[in-house]
Design a protein around this ligand. Structure first.
Ligand SMILES: NC(=O)C1=CN([C@@H]2O[C@H](COP(=O)(O)OP(=O)(O)OC[C@H]3O[C@@H](n4cnc5c(N)ncnc54)[C@H](O)[C@@H]3O)[C@@H](O)[C@H]2O)[C@@H](O)CC1
Length: 503
């Protein structure tokens, strides 16, 4: 059993893959072995987390997740002198319909002196959520659904068995919804790690995640997705050869912002943030072109090393064309006219207004779709609404299947997709999705996406860099900035960009 670490890459298995691993493993073992191991591990983690808890509520459901809870209840009862610990077990189940493993767990628990009660205790010190695991369907209005919501709203610490009840293991859609008053959470994922723990509602519902593989071989089935890893090393980055020059670190162009011009709406800051982020992340030379009408600034006083260009000059196609372009951090409608030229850049990151232009214009979409066949790399960085526009669907549908939505965008455009949000998903052609392990709600503020786009640009500009790996590294490093943010400082995009380190 181990706690997960964001810097370690972990395979994720969806419900179908987990069930296949479970069946193959169970066939090699005496009956009930997996449940015995699972319940014992739950009890061990509960005692390690809350050793002094005296009043425990073990909330068991109708399936094998409930069976795990019953085994845990037996171990918890046996782990203390008689009377020292109060274990209240509730069991919301039709006993005649219990699966075989759960029926065995109930018999063993009753034989050991566990009693099943109809109501939970007042003010428990610890709750064990064993109501629903990977067999959960959408919650209705039945008594079990009410029980799930009761557990999920607890102020007491809750240890979730395998999954928080009501959380979809594959998508992270959380039927029960996180309660603002809820106390601390930990989840012991059994056999495999499930994608739903790490994206959409999963991170809020699950809290810290642990894994017990129940003895399954690590390569039991191909993973449905990956989580974590890809963080830049904490060590100072190598300086590179003495003979390096500014061109050795890669050039990045940033096209976007918007000069106020006739509309009176300026968004120059978005492109400036992206350009500064690219500089701080290690790009050698960063060129910035603001679109729209109006007098263009000649330089950025806070980053005088940024080189301002007119869009036509930046995108002027010749043999020295820019190797990496970040397009769409701001730009409004005005970016649209420049997108055909942007779409011939060999490594192109399309963000925000660039994505909106793409969503509205079938001609641009065709140009984007042809890029992969020419060996050019495209990176799309939508938030869920931008992804919905590109897919012609709704934000709710994107959120109902974030991995699937990112995969669809990748298939449609032959692009690496970065679907932002809690548990950012990165998909690439031919590879399993990856879910980022870093970042928190502090990043939900204006301009942080521009910083990310600039960091991705800098990562892609490094020579010999595999495109999708560079993207994942930038995404992980961006989230890690928030993870290490000083508690007494508000995270703003301007401060974030100053904290960006070489990738
Ligand atoms: N069989 C085994 O030996 C093992 C089982 N394990 C545990 O078993 C779990 C999977 O067990 P199950 O397949 O029985 O699934 P669950 O225990 O997650 O739930 C299935 C039961 O819940 C009911 N149900 C689901 N959603 C409902 C809803 N919204 N409203 C009302 N009733 C609902 C179903 O009708 C069924 O009775 C795993 O998550 C894990 O905790 C693991 O410990 C691995 C070993």
């Amino acid at each position: 059993m181990r706690a997960l670490r964001a810097d370690q890459l972990e395979p994720l298995h969806d419900t179908a893959g987990t069930r296949a691993i479970e069946q193959a493993l169970a066939a090699t073992l005496p009956p009930h072995t997996l449940m015995a191991r699972a319940g014992e591990a739950v009890a061990r983690l509960a005692l390690a987390w809350r050793p002094h808890a005296r009043r425990l509520w073990v909330a068991c459901g109708p399936g094998n997740n409930g069976g795990d809870g019953l085994v845990a209840a037996r171990h918890l009862l046996q782990a203390a002198p008689p009377g020292w610990r109060e274990i209240v077990v509730t069991h919301d189940a039709h006993l005649e319909r219990l699966p075989a493993d759960a029926a065995w767990a109930l018999r063993e628990a009753l034989a050991a002196g566990v009693t099943v009660q109809s109501a939970p205790p007042d003010s428990p010190d610890l709750v064990i959520d064993a109501l629903l695991g990977i067999g959960a369907r959408a919650l209705g209005r039945d008594p079990l659904a009410a029980r799930v919501r009761e557990v999920r709203g607890q102020r007491a610490p809750v240890l979730c068995v395998d999954l928080p009840s009501g959380l979809n293991a594959d998508s992270g859609v959380d039927c029960a919804g996180a309660s603002p008053d809820a106390g601390p959470r930990q989840t012991l994922s059994l056999l495999t790690l499930k994608p739903g723990l790490f994206t959409a509602g999963g991170r809020d519902a699950a809290g810290a995640v642990w894994l017990h593989d129940l003895g399954a071989p690590p390569d039991g089935a191909p993973p449905a997705a990956w989580w974590g890893g890809h963080l830049p090393s904490q060590a100072a980055p190598a300086v590179g050869p003495h003979a390096a020059h500014k061109g050795s670190h890669g050039d990045v162009g940033v096209l976007g912002g918007q000069l106020p011009g006739a509309t009176g709406v300026g968004m120059a800051g978005a492109a400036v943030l992206a350009a500064r982020a690219a500089l701080h992340a290690g790009a050698g030379r960063v060129y910035l072109a603001l679109v729209g009408n109006g007098p263009a600034p000649s330089h950025d006083p806070l980053s005088p090393e940024l080189m301002h260009r007119l869009p036509a000059v930046l995108l002027g196609a010749d043999e020295h064309a820019l190797p990496v372009l970040v397009a769409g951090c701001g730009g409004g409608e005005a970016i649209r006219e420049w997108m055909p030229q942007a779409l011939v850049c060999p490594r192109l990151v399309i963000d925000a207004d660039g994505l909106n232009a793409l969503a509205r214009d079938p001609t641009l979409q065709r140009l984007a779709q042809r890029r992969a066949a020419r060996g050019w790399l495209t990176v799309l960085t939508p938030h869920p609404l931008e992804a919905a526009r590109l897919l012609g669907t709704s934000t709710a549908e994107v959120m109902a299947d974030r991995l699937g939505a990112a995969r669809q965008l990748t298939e449609r455009f032959g692009a690496v997709t970065v679907l932002k949000g809690s548990g950012t998903v990165v998909t690439e052609p031919g590879g399993a999705p990856w879910i980022n392990a870093t970042g928190d709600a502090r990043l939900a503020t204006a301009g942080t996406g521009d910083v990310l786009a600039g960091m991705i640009g800098a990562a892609l500009a490094r020579p010999h860099e595999h495109g999708a790996d560079a993207v994942r590294r930038a995404v992980a490093a961006h989230g890690a900035l928030a993870d290490h943010w000083p508690a007494d400082h508000t995270l703003t995009a301007g401060r974030l960009v100053r904290a960006v380190r070489p990738l």
